[in-house]
Design a protein around this ligand. Structure first.
Ligand code: SF4
Length: 181
């Protein structure tokens, strides 16, 4: 299995602001997050194969996570001009996505075939327009990635358990990704 302590350091080299080991047994879940998805506050519910409802039920996704024993959580933190800086927020999301992909590429090239569950922040962004539901199949199942939120993981509790701050001060936005082995 991959050396996860080494992966934590590599993750920081690849532009994560913070990273830590996490035992899967320390992850907290709540079906309240599924209720939030269903309220469609992010506008992505029912628009993507990697989001609910297509991604699977709360119970199924929780059971999937619990099949893995440990992993690495990472966070990126981005400065904004102010709390209305929508352009800055979009740039921050893109920058986080690039960091996530660099780390995931590194893992895929160096994990020696380990079974890895990669979870990012928010909707799968591989395609400009997801094929859901018209195309009936995901265009790139090998690249598609679901989110920590879709898996009903309490992100605040996740980073707090690793001594990583959930909120990083005024005029910042933070994103979290997770790789389980
Ligand atoms: S890879 Fe493309 S088609 Fe598949 S879930 Fe992601 S955005 Fe949708």
């Amino acid at each position: 299995m991959m050396d996860l302590k080494q992966l934590v350091e590599k993750t920081k080299e690849l532009d994560a602001t913070a990273a830590s080991l996490i035992k899967t047994s320390a992850i907290r879940f709540s079906d309240e997050f599924r209720n939030l998805c269903e309220q469609n506050t992010c506008g992505k519910y029912g628009t993507n194969w990697m989001c609910p409802p297509a991604a699977g039920s709360y119970e199924a996704l929780k059971a999937k996570v619990l099949k893995y024993s440990e992993g690495v959580v990472f966070q990126t933190v981005h400065k904004l001009q102010d709390s209305f800086d929508l352009e800055g927020m979009m740039e921050a999301e893109e920058t986080h996505e690039k960091t996530f992909r660099k780390i995931y590429d590194y893992i895929q090239s160096n994990s020696g075939g380990d079974n890895v569950l990669a979870l990012n922040a928010g909707v799968c962004k591989v395609c400009k327009q997801c094929t859901y539901p018209e195309g009936q199949v995901c265009r790139y199942p090998d690249k598609a990635v679901s989110s920590v939120e879709a898996h009903c993981i309490d992100v605040n509790a996740l980073v707090t358990a690793c001594n990583i701050p959930y909120i990083n001060g005024p005029n910042t936005v933070s994103y979290v990704g997770l790789f389980l082995f």
